[in-house]
Design a binder for this molecule. Sequence first.
Ligand code: ZN
Length: 461
Amino acid sequence: MDWHASLIRKVIGPAWATWEGSRYLHHYRHLLRTQYEGPEQVHARQWKGLKRLLRHAYETVPFYRDRLDRAGLTPEEVRKFDDFRRLPVLTKEDLRQHGGTLLSRAYALRELHRKTTSGSTGVSVEVWVDDPSMQWKRACTLRSDEWSGWRFGEPVAKVWGNPEYLKRGWRGRLRNALLERAHYLDTLKMDEAALARFARDLQAMPPSLLFGHAHSVYLLAEYLRARGIKPPRPRGIITTAMVLHTWQRKSIEQVFDCKVTNRYGCEEVSLIACECERHEGLHVNADGVYVEVLCDGRPAGPGEAGSVIVTDLTNRAMPILRYQVGDVAVVAGQRCGCGRGLPLLERIEGREADYVVTPAGELISGISLTENFAVQVPGIAQLQIVQESVSRFVFRIVRSPAFGQESLGEIERLVRVRFGPAVRYDCEYVERIPQEPSGKYRFCISQVPTPFTHQQEIPVG
Ligand SMILES: [Zn+2]
């Protein structure tokens, strides 16, 4: 460990936390101690947290008082997780429409942190988080970030949009120089010159952790590979904020000679799940959230895909109970070999909206679909599949030199195999896949409603 990192761990970090009045390092040490507890203990802890939160929500949040009353439920009648499922899921639309009545009367707005997310629909969602919850979330994230091999205090290279510290003026810069040690490649300005600069910086100041959007880190890796640049090996790589494809993971791991740790979360509740050093699935952040994976309104079994429903166990200012994130995950069939008792997800399948519906009524996961096309069709550098209606598709293709007649024939063949004879499609050749306003990429966009997108309308209980 370098001297600066050890100084941060022992002196700067604790001093800064004291100055901020934050207990996150205290929580972090606690989380390090409890992470190997068995599933029963984790379960019991979650239940206790859930009950406490439910009572608090019923007593101080008008929205939940009303919801529970309408469902004919009182917090006392919720005696097991199955009972909790009788509470209707909370949708993005609920958050948008009822934002004010979702706030707890026990908190004043000026003492809260505001988080906003734009989402694919362009509908902005606002969530308010209390300070103790923020400190706890920070500790949870720190713990799982260290599963990558990186240690708190070591330098980080971030491939990310809108560097956070720049918004906080000189304080932000000072904090970054002394404590966070993050160097950015801004993904909203990721052109050739920026990539070249970042590649030089990687050589000059080797980071211990490379962190970023899955696809942006992949683009960086491919840039380095194409130019024959061998970057220094970091201790860890964390990808997040979007689905990590197998081919992306392989490319990143080859170029950096380092395992990728995939992480999953959302702005509304922060960290949801993260891979550990064994990479056998993603451990649910059970100390911060309670996660349900629902298929047709019932819990999905091992190996089964379902809609992710998350309850934030720590935010009391604006309780988020049974929130439908909009993503699909697969429940793992076995425990992780690392011995941690935190529940395991096999993988994140992608967003509910990214499922394609065939004219025959079949559902195809967008991640599998783009993977299938990208692997089978020669000469595809990148691909975005857009389903405009059940029988109409657009393929946005970034071509590599190998693209030709054979590729078009293969696309035609795959379309017939996957979607049947009635489907029509266009190929659009583009320089790059357009980004979302958030800087993220989507590789499969379906404008057709799927059973997942209508999960909230399926009666529960
Ligand atoms: Zn594990």
